[in-house]
Design a protein around this ligand. Structure first.
Ligand code: IVH
Length: 721
């Protein structure tokens, strides 16, 4: 039993079950009433999901409602009904599309939310096989394991090799005609690529249409630029993109497709052209030969242990892919056996979906608050009722800026959908409008700073709002902690708490005051033993010699991070030369440009900032460049490192370097380390849990990918590979 699929603090109980039980525990209604209530809720949410492509609750919460209903129906068989959503599939097709009657019903899948439930399915299968299977079949059953793609199901009908009809699943009996839209999907062939003699009269291919994660992110970037609402997730945007009246809209969204099943086929369900297919894996091979995309991580395995191992791997690597998966699908490989096992009212007995723990949850948004950063930027964030999401508790989530809050229209008191995917920071996806309190009103960006009470100002044409009071205590705390951070002056032992203490005691007012701190002043403070005070003074002292690049990073100049700091320090011998240089000189430096140059000039135009610089100089802090090399006699700049002019992107975590250290190592050798891959990227360093879109882009552009050893080699030689 794996720990990964469990949620802490839940008594080893899978989350969806816990949610279902929680709902039951809080319900006192008679079972008949509760069953009716659940059916109405489930129907309502199935329509929002399938018809509107705009779900109002997280998938896990929907699954919990279905599970509770199923339990009640099992406990009270007299309440069972053929019209119950536990018996039905999906939702009725929308009248906006022509109806298509499926010649073979499109079923749903039963879910397993834990390995125990997967085992229970395996044992049920064994019992069934004892009844229906032959001796050989009772011995060993092969399974096909596949990723469960989180998109929307499609049926593609090919007649004499030509694509004649494409339909959504609808309620499993009748779907929606989306042929014109599907013809715009490049991954779906209009003609089967089989030799003439092998082309079946009818071949109905089933599979999942999806939007790649990178395309989804790009689509949301465009939506944002156009001042439009972001899409909640790739599934909804795929479904919304496909179920369009105008195929041109579908064509503008790079949808893709994975085939996972043969539906109707002449030669019967046994396979096309009478060439009886014996196994599901052979059917997938045929689909691949016919030019349909079949997922490359499909595997045939031979027992349940191998099934568990597959599901484990899939869960571990779910975020390495450029498409979303919400579980693994396990199918009996033998088609004759599939037929004998048959189906229940809504799902085949020969398959099961192992569902991953949910990454989306709903919770209460208690308040929208403002945090003040080191440059004075005021960032709104959501204070949430703590909720367990993807295995960790989420209580806070950034809302980025005023426009984002307005576009999402989230308000205090709203129930919101929260999402935490992999190592990504938790995000508020949007409000559940159906649960909005009647008296709620739109959130308004506050006009005063929570730290100093001064005005918050949003400049013309900018999306960010700032506290413009440089003495604001919140800004000071952030600025001084950032000055001391590992990626800046690297003063060990000086975290945010300690900075707050020093500020409160009036011992420091700006970053330069750190250098005049004395042992006696520190040891009087709470929690400062003599040894830690001594260590801190020594750490501050050691930071005097970090040099210009780190100092520039440490000063909290807007727009200046390690890459820009390195570019500036590479062209100017010291900070005084930088202060003296005009905007034009700075803007001409490779990678700097006019906006950043203006920001640097504005920073040093401030008398107060120049006074800090003077204090730093007086305290013996080294202002000279650690990167500058004067031009040699030929007028050509001499080589300053093995990575000059090379751009190295780092993704995922490395063992021997933090992200800052890895980037600093590239910069120290004259290279750049931007956050995204482009055709100018020299190499991509791939650590554990890398970003899917970076990998895909690197692959598509043929850029060398290095592991940690390769990175070390690159740092030593400047060579990739
Ligand atoms: S097989 C009768 N295989 O999951 C079984 N379904 O929750 C037909 N899905 O409606 C489905 N990936 O839309 C199958 N590899 C896969 C799948 C898959 C995603 C979807 C499909 C289905 C839903 C059931």
């Amino acid at each position: 039993m794996s720990e990964d699929v469990r949620i802490e603090g839940r008594d080893e109980e899978p989350l969806v079950e816990a949610l279902a039980e929680e709902a039951e525990a809080t319900t006192t209604a008679a079972p008949g009433d509760r069953v009716e209530e659940l059916r109405a809720q489930i129907r309502y949410h199935a329509e929002r999901y399938h018809q509107d492509d705009a779900p109002e609750i997280a998938d896990a919460e929907y699954d919990a409602l279905v599970m509770e209903l199923r339990r009640l129906e099992e406990e009270h068989p007299e309440l069972a009904s053929d019209a119950s959503p536990t018996v039905q599939v999906g939702a009725p097709p929308s009248p906006a599309f022509a109806p298509v009657r499926h010649s073979v019903r499109m079923m749903s899948l039963d879910n397993a939310f834990s390995f125990e439930e997967l085992t229970a399915w395996g044992q049920r299968l064994e019992r069934l096989l004892a009844d229906v299977g032959s001796d050989a079949e009772r011995g060993q059953v092969a399974f096909v394991c596949e990723p469960k793609i989180d998109g929307l199901a499609l049926s593609l009908r090919y007649e004499s090799g030509e694509l004649v009809r494409a339909a959504t699943r609808g309620d499993g009996v009748t779907g929606e005609d989306v042929t014109a839209n599907v013809r715009t999907i490049a991954a779906i062939p209009h003609r089967l690529a089989l030799p003439r003699g092998e082309i079946p009269g009818v071949l109905e291919v089933r599979g999942e249409a999806y939007l790649p994660v990178s395309a989804f992110e790009e689509l949301n970037r465009r939506q944002e630029q156009a001042g439009l609402k972001r899409f909640a997730n790739p599934r909804n945007s795929a479904a919304g993109s496909l179920r369009q009246k105008d195929p041109a809209v579908t064509a503008s969204r790079p949808l893709s497709f994975f085939a996972y099943q043969v539906g109707e086929a002449d030669g019967g369900a046994a396979g096309p052209s009478g060439a009886a297919l014996a196994t599901h894996s052979a059917a997938l091979e045929l689909l691949a030969r016919a030019g349909l995309p079949v997922n490359s991580s499909v595997e045939v395995v031979h027992d349940l242990d191998e099934v568990y191992a597959y599901c484990h791997r899939a869960l571990e690597h779910r975020h390495d892919l450029d498409y979303e998966i919400d579980g693994s699908v396990v199918k009996v490989d033998d088609l004759a056996l599939q037929r004998r096992l048959g189906s229940t009212s809504h799902a085949p007995r020969w398959a099961i979906a192992y569902k991953f723990p949910p990454e989306e949850r709903t919770t209460l948004l208690e308040a929208i608050l403002i945090s003040i950063g080191r440059t004075g930027r005021a960032t709104p964030f959501a204070q949430l009722r703590p909720v367990v999401d993807a295995g960790s508790t989420v209580g806070l989530a950034s809302l980025h800026n005023e426009d984002q809050v307005r576009l999402k229209d989230v308000r205090a008191g709203d129930t919101v959908i929260v999402r935490k995917a992999g190592d990504v920071i938790p995000e508020v996806v949007g409000p559940v409008l159906a649960q909005r309190p009647a008296d709620s009103s739109p959130w308004v960006f506050p006009s005063t700073c929570p730290g100093c009470g001064g005005p918050l100002v949003r400049l013309e044409g900018e999306s960010d709002t700032y506290c413009v009071n440089v003495d604001c205590p919140h800004q000071q705390r952030q600025r001084i902690s950032h000055f001391a951070a590992r990626s800046a002056m690297d003063i060990e032992g000086l975290g945010e708490q300690r900075v707050a203490q020093l500020l409160a005691a009036g011992l420091v007012h700006d970053v330069a005051d750190l250098y005049s701190l004395e042992l006696g002043q520190l040891s009087g403070l709470e929690g400062f033993a003599e040894i830690s005070a001594r260590n801190l003074v020594a750490a501050i002292d050691a930071s005097r010699s970090r040099g210009m690049t780190r100092l520039l990073v440490a000063l909290s100049i807007r727009e200046v991070g390690p890459t820009i700091a390195a570019a500036l320090a590479g062209h100017l011998p010291d900070l005084d030369a930088l202060v003296a240089a005009g905007e034009d000189v700075l803007a001409a430096i490779d990678g700097v440009g006019p906006t950043i140059a203006a920001s640097v000039v504005a920073f040093f135009a401030s008398e107060r900032n120049r006074a800090v610089l003077d204090k730093l100089r007086a305290a013996g802090v080294d202002l000279s460049s650690d990167r500058y090399r004067p031009p040699d006699a030929s007028g050509e700049p001499s080589a300053v490192g093995v990575l000059v002019g090379k751009s190295v992107v780092i993704t995922g975590s490395l063992e021997r370097f933090t992200r800052e250290e890895a980037e600093a190592a590239v910069l120290e050798r004259g290279g750049k380390s931007p956050g995204s891959v482009s055709k100018r990227t020299f190499a991509v360093v791939v650590g554990a849990e890398p970003g899917a879109s970076k990998l895909t882009k690197a692959e598509s552009l043929g850029i060398p990918q290095l592991d940690e050893a390769g990175f070390v080699h690159l740092l030593e030689t400047g060579e990739a590979g």
